[in-house]
Design a binder for this molecule. Sequence first.
Ligand SMILES: Nc1ncnc2c1ncn2[C@@H]1O[C@H](COP(=O)(O)OP(=O)(O)OP(=O)(O)O)[C@@H](O)[C@H]1O
Length: 254
Amino acid sequence: MIKVKDLCKSFGDLDVLKGVNAEFEKGKTNLIIGQSGSGKTVFLKCLLGLIKPNSGVIEYNGKAYKSFSKEEKREISTQMGMVFQGGALFDSMTVGENVVFPLKMLTKMSRKDREKRVDEVLDRVNLGDIHDKLPSEISGGMQKRVSIARAIVNRPNFLFCDEPNSGLDPRTASVIDNLIQEITHEYDITTVINTHDMNSVFEIGENIIYLENGIKAWEGNKDNIYKTDNKKLTDFVYASNLFQKVRITQRRGL
Ligand SMILES: Nc1ncnc2c1ncn2[C@@H]1O[C@H](COP(=O)(O)OP(=O)(O)OP(=O)(O)O)[C@@H](O)[C@H]1O
């Protein structure tokens, strides 16, 4: 569980986050949506501890980050997995080397245990034996799976995903969404996903917050987003053909 209270972040004169409050439950896919520049990435980076907010509180499992000791800060960072936009795999490393990387950096696991864990997570993301392949030798969808495998290899309690679907065709994007949701439920992880993708919203939006200019302008889920009377959110979501279909279907009571 992550609780965010009155989070503010500015860069010089630019106020990016203006007092955001949010709660992200364990075992749920929590989505952050909003126009480009609304502050989603800055917010996610604050949750990851990569950006220090100007004010406000971020609690992980009931304890405020700013009250953590140095050791606790290090410990919490080892409990976080990240799926970066575009995958961010190391090009010159094989799939196996990419996935084992966090274990080498963060744990003292034996080589044998590391290899076992890498096999286990690659298997979990439905990839066969592709340990020795380079990222350039596999498809974009496979690269995303490798990126997810790397993010969960250290069994994190928190999983952060920045636009996990970018660059994928709709079918592959949906497979990746469902995989992230399954893993979230199965491992009981607190997952927070930045997305522009309305298909993701309707498929896996168990909890959704809409950021507008650094303010949380709406909160809900995939079942009630179509009922919103927030004009900007409606315009944002309306850009999707899928949403129009859902809305028409709902109105007709089909
Ligand atoms: N390190 C930084 N220094 C200065 N300004 C920054 C920095 N990081 C982000 N910003 C600014 O903060 C604002 C919000 O950026 P952010 O990347 O969070 O938007 P976003 O909602 O993720 O957009 P997108 O969907 O396009 O990725 C933008 O105006 C951006 O230029």
